[in-house]
Design a protein around this ligand. Structure first.
Ligand code: SAM
Length: 369
């Protein structure tokens, strides 16, 4: 440290060099932050002292820095994140091209190493070896690494080897959605992505149905409608929020009961990135399956919507029977009546009329009309 600071003249030179670099408020704040980190207090650091202390800072060798990056808006990155990315010996990135673009935007040029699910086995040893002498910054494509993103295994590996892990917190889609949903922010339960398999997904939801926490889900746009369908079927018509494209140009937060969100996104195909936030159980909405959750009109409306989406009759009938407390035979009778009404209003013969294997009727347990 002493040799880096050198004689007063050298320090002055170094200081001037820093001052020249400090062309933006961002640089000034970075400098101040460094001093703050090293000294534990920013308020008392002033003038010469600050710069000298700044010179003695830097990243700690052997430390994995877990760095949050924007979830859409490039302004959403902390000064500390930029400094760590600028000073790390290597940046471990989920997609190196994506991260290169981010770093370039901020004028940062550091070596990048790919670290993702598919190459974890080969990449982790390289990064762990790098940590023997240097520092590694870990980022993902967006938000906090390890949150529905690669990173958790590397973090665990570093800890298991007695290494240091330091977090540089940044944006996170789940928390952003939770706070702007207007639903109780605590307690909450982050469920991440549900299974893509409907059966597994419904089982996962069954396990969450009685949880009192506000539930937070990630979902891809092309699965939003089927996930909302399952949320409604298993959890009941709870207050919810669909948070889309947060921090981006087309940011949108729709706060409505699940049935209304389902209606909306059935009518207009969902686009962009989504977080679905759903009120926890036991806050006033009857859980799915309890008697009287749905009126006859509700059941008919949901049946019609399911028909229009071409959903399988057997699945829809089973769901609505469970949700409404009615027998399957009763719900099936309503389905048939609606189907009959719909067909009698259709001028040309419907392709499902002959039951030759058409969509909704497939696998019908009861005789068709
Ligand atoms: N690590 C990220 C984080 O901390 O939020 C999450 C990465 S995960 C692979 C990507 C998912 O996060 C998306 O499918 C979407 O559900 C959610 N997400 C990411 N960015 C979002 C945004 N700007 N608006 C809404 N949801 C977003």
């Amino acid at each position: 440290m002493a040799s880096r600071l050198g004689a007063p003249g050298a320090r002055l030179h170094s200081r001037r060099g820093r001052a020249d670099e400090s062309l933006s408020p961002e640089h000034d704040a970075v400098a101040e932050d460094r001093a703050g980190r090293v000294n534990g207090s920013r308020a008392d650091a002033a003038g010469e002292k600050v710069w000298a202390r700044q010179e003695s800072s830097g990243l700690t060798p052997g430390t994995l820095y877990v760095v949050g990056t924007p979830i859409g808006n490039l302004e959403d990155i902390t000064l500390r994140a930029l400094r760590v990315l600028r000073e790390a010996d290597v940046v471990a990135a989920e997609d190196t091209r994506h991260t290169r673009a981010l770093l370039t935007h901020y004028g940062i040029n550091r070596p990048l190493v790919s670290y993702r699910e598919q190459n974890r086995a080969s990449s982790a040893p390289l990064l762990l070896a790098r940590l023997d002498t240097g520092s590694v910054a870990l980022v993902s494509d967006a938000g906090m690494p390890a949150i529905a993103d690669p990173g958790a295994a590397l973090i665990a590996d570093v800890i298991a080897r007695g290494g240091r892990v330091e977090v540089v917190p940044g944006p996170n889609a789940a928390l952003a959605a939770l706070v702007c949903s207007g639903l109780p922010p605590a307690p909450f339960l982050f469920a991440g992505f549900l299974s893509r398999q409907r059966g597994d997904r419904r089982r996962q939801l069954q396990a969450l149905a009685t949880r009192p926490e506000t539930l937070v889900f990630y979902e891809a746009p092309h699965r939003v409608v089927e996930t909302l369908t399952d949320l409604l079927a298993v959890l009941g018509d709870r207050p919810a929020a669909a948070c889309r494209e947060l921090t981006k140009l087309h940011e949108e937060v729709r706060r409505a009961p699940l049935s209304v969100l389902l209606e909306r996104f059935t009518a207009t195909a969902p686009r962009g990135e989504f977080v679905l936030v759903v009120e926890g159980g036991g806050r006033g909405v009857n859980p799915a399956g309890s008697e009287g959750t749905l009126s006859d009109d509700d059941v008919d409306r949901l049946l019609m919507e399911a028909m229009e989406r071409g959903e399988r009759m057997r699945v829809v009938v089973a769901d609505l029977a469970a949700r409404s407390g009615r027998s399957r035979r009763d719900v099936y009778a309503r389905w048939q009546a609606l189907r009959h009404d719909e067909e009698s209003l259709t001028p040309t013969p419907s392709p499902v009329r002959g039951r030759g294997g058409g969509g909704e009727g497939r696998g019908a347990p009861l005789a068709s009309s």
